[in-house]
Write a protein that binds this ligand. Structure first.
Ligand code: CTP
Ligand code: ZN
Length: 153
């Protein structure tokens, strides 16, 4: 994209999540725990024209790099996204997401009777399927709206 088409400013330090499938930006923000009151500087572009995709979403979070857990969940809902780490205005690292085999300690199980929801110190663990995730303890399958199952810290 040439400079005169730039919609969202470049950032100095932080993370750019690029090539997000159009429509997923708000789920990406949910996964990163970004709400209006969290005080972070965040820029969001939605339905931005892209040469690689018909249109894309993009999220730029200033002053922070993502944890591996966050990257794992992101790859579930935005497997086509690219994570760019920016330092002093330069992209110093570019990570192409791929779906993980399993996600540990990030999603919560919707089954109230699952051991992970009891008063036990059991971390959640889900196997990743082609079209969703399956709890390793009770085998409940979650297919829709994974972002709403992010375990609240
Ligand atoms: N970016 C940014 N601030 C910077 C540097 C880059 O916001 N200081 C953004 C760019 O606008 C772009 C993304 O980070 O959306 C990746 O930057 P770059 O690798 O320079 O762009 P491309 O080569 O187009 O990336 P790709 O090949 O992944 O499409
Ligand atoms: Zn379960």
């Amino acid at each position: 994209m040439s400079d005169h088409e730039l919609r969202v400013s470049k950032i100095r330090d932080g993370t750019v999540i690029d090539h997000i499938r159009a429509g997923q930006a708000l789920n990406v923000l949910a996964i990163l725990g970004i709400r209006g009151a969290s005080g972070e500087t965040v820029s969001v572009g939605m339905n931005v024209p892209s040469d690689r995709m018909a249109s894309k979403d993009i999220v730029k979070v200033e002053g922070r790099e993502l944890s591996q857990d966050e990257v794992d969940v992101l790859s579930l809902i935005a497997p086509e996204a690219t994570i760019n780490i920016v330092r002093e205005y330069e992209v110093v690292e570019k990570q192409q997401l791929e779906s993980p085999d399993r996600v540990v300690g990030v999603l919560s199980c919707p089954n109230r009777n699952c051991i992970t929801n009891a008063d036990e110190p059991v971390e959640t663990a889900f196997d990743v399927l082609a079209d969703g995730v399956r709890c390793e303890y009770c085998e409940t399958i979650v297919r829709d709206d994974l972002a709403s199952h992010i375990a609240v810290e």
